[in-house]
Design a protein around this ligand. Sequence first.
Ligand SMILES: Nc1ncnc2c1ncn2[C@@H]1O[C@H](COP(=O)(O)OP(=O)(O)OP(=O)(O)O)[C@@H](O)[C@H]1O
Length: 469
Amino acid sequence: MTKNLYPSFGILLVDDEPSFLRSLGIALERGGGINNVFRCQDSRDVLGILERERIGLVTLDLTMPHVSGEKLLMRIVEDHPDVGVIVISGLNQVETAVRCIKQGAFDYFVKTDEQDRLIEGIRRAIRLQELREENQALRQRVLSDTLEHPEVFAPIVTDDKGMRALFKYLESVASSSEPVLICGESGTGKELFAQAVHTLSRRKGPLVSVNVAGLDDNMFADTLFGHQRGAFTGAENARAGMIEQAAEGTLFLDEIGDLSVASQVKLLRLLQEGEYYPLGSDRPKRLRARVVVATHQDLAQKQSSGEFRKDLYYRLRTHPVHVPPLRQRKRDIPLLLEHFLEEAAEALGKVKPTVPRQLPVLLSNYDFPGNVRELRAIVYDAMSVHQSRMLSMEVFKRAIHFNSDESATGVIEPQSVFVADAPLPTLDSVADLLVDEAMARAEGNQSIASRLLGISQPALSKRLRKRRS
Ligand SMILES: Nc1ncnc2c1ncn2[C@@H]1O[C@H](COP(=O)(O)OP(=O)(O)OP(=O)(O)O)[C@@H](O)[C@H]1O
């Protein structure tokens, strides 16, 4: 089986003592899951390794035969400014430490320091290095304006600039091990984004999805962490949790805004410590999955009102993605309409019908409170009843009418559009303005414009005639 390497770049351990190299390597793997490690005993080989391998971080001994650590530090800082250096020396001298940091070392540890502190320091440096790489990739991508893996986003039909910017952002954070938070109204395609994040990460394990809404705290812990045999009444066999099932892959927690406060604490601990305990067990297991979460709720608002923990919120939103509602990317409506018509025709074994010219206009004037999911459902409904060559507009009109009534979307809250103290316009001039706007939005289609105005088509037609005469 191929080993999943963490972090995505190599860490080069340089020390002339083989026993120290060995024990540090083991401690990094056991204590931090850090296994993308190279070891070097001969200081003369270091620069060559840096040329050949993709190294992101070096731990450097100072007192070594051939080339001293301080000399190497200088060369690395000069020739490989993107590689971080941590000095791990036998010398407990403040002046040396200060000198190394001034020369560009990220941190300085004494070999006698507690191992946990050392590993924590290396973890910190990895995180910083990951952020540095993400920033570079992001900058490059923004400059180039092209996607590296457009095939990953093929299931997300869109022609919207904002959506493409999100794709580019996701490509640049693909190799990060930090969580991704996907927000957006219901039906905007958050699950498709989670799938794309997983595919981009090239992780070998699966994408495991858990809808956490409605899970009480015990269920949450049992679902995620699993349990030992006999952990509670009825636990006749041990069961692996979803975290384990998602090992080397992605754990997708949907509806995270609905997580109970007690479960929020558990999730925070999991993310902070990278470890968890299956119920009934006192042996910790390592989190080996990347965590992606999604919600249709306003998490920022929930954390400021105290319903969602601040610390967890900030931990989760390391890589935030906000998927815009369909009404803010109306250019996608005709594309999605075509896409779902093709999909539905194939699923129902029918021939894809011709679309009436006015249908995209009708749909573009609707708010779609249920977003893409709603459009998909309307298209499938229309295709189920469809018989002739031309698609009928009736199902669409009925659905839009019904949904508008149900959700009251599109009903504008009364608010004043008039300037105080300024003379009021006449009723007729305001009506003319409204009619012009509706006709423009409906691209000249009187049937659609009359729906927008809430009057009958003959009434609109009469008004237009009157104006012309
Ligand atoms: N841009 C898109 N292109 C193609 N299909 C899409 C797109 N966006 C959404 N869909 C489809 O719309 C439906 C709803 O999408 P999805 O389940 O990802 O929404 P969601 O944001 O996760 O919703 P919820 O918050 O309710 O879980 C799915 O069938 C999905 O395949």
